[in-house]
Ligand binder design. Structure first.
Ligand code: PLP
Length: 365
């Protein structure tokens, strides 16, 4: 077979264990998944109502222009409909951008550790990957700007960054963008945007007006609680979107997803509640870390990376045996830590109590 050379060394995405698998393996009746930054409160009631009503026309292809959702979202964001692109999750837009711009001879600059799909798609396209280490969980924007040359096609920024939760400030972002040549695309991945409360955060809608080479990614998978439907979107100056559109598959956003996302968007009260509950949850974790002398990264997202300075796979296995699935920092490139999705108050108390017994048991040994 004539595979691209670089595919041969790539590994397929390793899904974590499902709650059912963990229940079986450890004989547990209750398992809480705090591993994928899903919304512990589910989704808006409006979504459930709208999906119940939509139990026919399954023989019909989706609306290939995502018209209804497009109109709603354009008015919500106050952008033109032509400034939007939709994907089967923002994952798919990362793939479209990589496909449209990356190839052997080009390079792409990204932070590390960060969202793995930037690197993965660049490797598939045969582009050179330039990874710039985080400093204290934050982007090293100076070094990222220094890494750009005439062959750089895309720079990826993730704010707040997954897996550290650290955001980029308005001053930092503008300082960086002023250094990026206008023919280099900057992708600003804001998968956790709706959770942000920091005062020094930038306004992405202003940014795309001032910098025509910036494309912002957001998703309905996280705070909207609609990960099952796979709907993400990008917004940018119209000229960028127009050039990217031909790379998109004709029916990439499924019909139910289009309906569900529009219903979710219409219930901003739900989003506000989730943001508030998340903030309270983060405070629970901060207090826990202080009490137990643990370092952590202050987070603007719905997860927290805690430094246990231990074998993070061991802690990961231990928590799983107690019914809590988290992400091991070893798997994320920050050994000694675990990343925990902020759950409901009770879920947070539960996982913290399991963490406490782990600490007590490891001290005894
Ligand atoms: C979850 C996540 C995504 C992917 O979201 P989908 O829209 O579900 O594909 C993208 N970027 C980051 C940083 C994420 O954490």
């Amino acid at each position: 077979m004539k595979w691209k050379e670089q595919i041969l060394s790539l590994k397929a995405y390793q899904p974590g264990r499902t709650t059912d698998q963990v229940k079986k393996a450890y004989g547990l009746t209750d398992v809480v998944k705090l591993a994928s930054n899903e919304n512990p409160f589910g989704s808006s009631e409006k979504v459930k109502e709208c999906i119940r009503e939509y139990a026919d026309s399954f023989a019909i292809y989706p609306d290939g222009y995502t018209t209804g959702l497009r109109t709603e979202l354009a008015s919500f964001l106050n952008v033109s409909e032509k400034q939007l692109i939709f994907g089967n999750g923002s994952d798919e837009i990362i793939m479209m951008l990589s496909r449209a711009m990356l190839e052997p001879g080009k390079n792409t600059v990204m932070p590390t550790p960060s969202f793995p799909q930037y690197r993965h798609n660049a490797v598939v396209e045969g582009a050179e990957v330039r990874e710039v280490e985080l400093v204290n969980g934050a982007h090293n924007l100076d070094k990222m700007a220094d890494s750009i040359d005439e062959n750089t096609a895309i720079v990826w920024l993730c704010s707040p960054n997954n897996p550290t939760g650290i955001h980029i400030t308005d001053v930092q972002l503008r300082g960086f963008l002023d250094r990026v040549p206008e023919e280099v695309l900057v992708v600003l991945d804001e998968a956790y945007f709706e959770y942000v409360t920091a005062d020094d955060y930038y306004n992405a809608l202003e940014i795309i007006k001032e910098y025509k080479n910036v494309l912002v990614l957001r998703t309905f998978s996280k705070v909207y609680g609609l990960a099952a439907f796979r709907v993400g979107y990008g917004f940018a100056d119209e000229s960028l979107i127009t050039q990217l559109e031909p790379v998109r598959e004709p029916f990439n956003v499924n019909s139910l997803g289009q309906k569900a996302a529009a219903a979710g968007l219409s219930d901003q009260a739900f989003i506000d509640q989730c943001r508030t509950a998340n903030k309270e949850g983060l405070e629970q974790f901060y207090a826990f870390c202080r009490e137990n002398g643990l370092d952590y990264y202050p987070s603007e997202a719905n997860f927290i990376l805690i430094d246990f300075k231990c074998d993070s796979n061991e802690l990961f296995e231990y928590l799983m045996s107690k019914g809590y699935i988290v992400r091991s920092g070893a798997a994320l490139g920050i050994p000694g830590t675990v990343r925990v999705t902020v759950g409901s108050k009770e879920q947070n108390e539960g996982v913290m109590s399991a963490m406490k017994s782990f600490l007590a048991e490891t001290v005894k040994r």
